[in-house]
Design a protein around this ligand. Structure first.
Ligand SMILES: O=P(O)(O)OC[C@H]1O[C@@H](O)[C@H](O)[C@@H](O)[C@@H]1O
Length: 285
């Protein structure tokens, strides 16, 4: 891993906490521009955060919503999942909207360190809007340089779920790349996906909501701008290889990631792209 700021290996301790009019609460770390927590007015946490997360500024946060930019996974020369999740973001705005929802806006621009691995000028904005019912994260990428550049990206959302009883709906019919089966390309045949082993799939051209039902709630994930969606659960064998996950952590989350992977995005000078993921929480009666 490339450490972007070797002089600054202390704990990440800059957090923004915002509360919406309905009592919902979001916690964001400036390290990574990372949504760490989203609680409803009832105090129930909707995002998974690993109890073994290190909170160090040279490591990505394990849980919440990591921002993946400018490279998804290991699909290029950069460190895995790029550098945005390891970078120090700035707070641009924190306010309450007229409808009572909370808004936090964070920004990241290129620096000497980022230009060493990605020689381009850019400005990222992450706009987080939330209430008890929904959490919307929008990533805006602007090319502020004089040359075009290409990138892949994702909002790598870890959703709290009782995996033993979790069911994913809405994936049937999509073409997907199965990363646990030699990256072979398949077509999803199951009406409902239950997680009973390691799952690591990039579903292509996803244009409908994906619903994760587990225990007493469902979360409906809708995306725009992002063409693809990743579903990831490492299972026990994967957890054994990841230092900041407990061996049984796989039982507690499913990642549903809004992603742009299959077709890298091209940005001309001065052009912008934006993609968002909206999570809608529906409690069972
Ligand atoms: O351990 P990392 O770098 O946070 O990556 C976690 C996972 O992220 C997912 O997006 C990938 O599809 C998986 O292959 C990967 O294992």
């Amino acid at each position: 891993m490339i450490v972007l700021n070797p002089k600054n290996l202390q704990e990440t301790n800059d957090f923004i906490i915002a509360i919406a009019a309905d009592g919902a609460r979001v916690e964001v770390a400036l390290h990574g521009g990372h949504v760490c927590s989203w609680r409803g007015p009832d105090g129930v946490e909707r995002l998974f955060m690993s109890p073994l997360n290190s909170w160090r500024s040279d490591a990505a946060i394990r849980g919440g919503i990591p921002v993946i930019f400018p490279q998804f996974a290991s699909e290029g020369p950069l460190p895995k999942h790029g550098f945005a999740r390891l970078s120090a973001w700035a707070l641009l705005e924190s306010s309450r909207q007229v409808d009572g929802s909370g808004l936090i806006c964070l920004g990241l621009t290129d620096s000497e360190q980022t230009r060493q691995v990605f020689p381009h000028a850019f400005a990222l904005e992450l706009r987080i809007t939330f209430s008890g019912q929904s959490l919307n994260t929008e990533l805006v990428v602007k090319n502020t340089g004089s040359q075009p550049f290409e990138f892949t990206c994702a909002l790598h959302t870890y959703l709290n779920a009782q995996v033993a009883e979790a069911a994913l709906y809405g994936l049937k019919g999509y073409r997907y790349r199965d990363s646990v089966d030699d990256r072979s390309i398949k077509v999803a045949e199951e009406e409902v996906l239950h997680i009973t082993e390691e799952v690591d799939r990039v579903y292509f051209a996803v244009d409908k909501p994906i619903t994760l039902s587990s225990h007493k709630q469902s979360v409906i994930a809708t995306q725009s701008g992002f063409a693809d969606a990743v579903v990831w659960n490492p299972w026990e064998n994967g957890c054994a290889k990841i230092a900041d996950l407990k061996l049984d952590s796989y039982q507690q989350f499913v990642c549903i990631e809004a992603a742009a992977v299959e077709h890298p995005l091209q940005l001309a000078p001065n052009a912008s792209w934006s993609g968002s993921q909206n999570l809608e929480c529906v409690l069972a009666a």
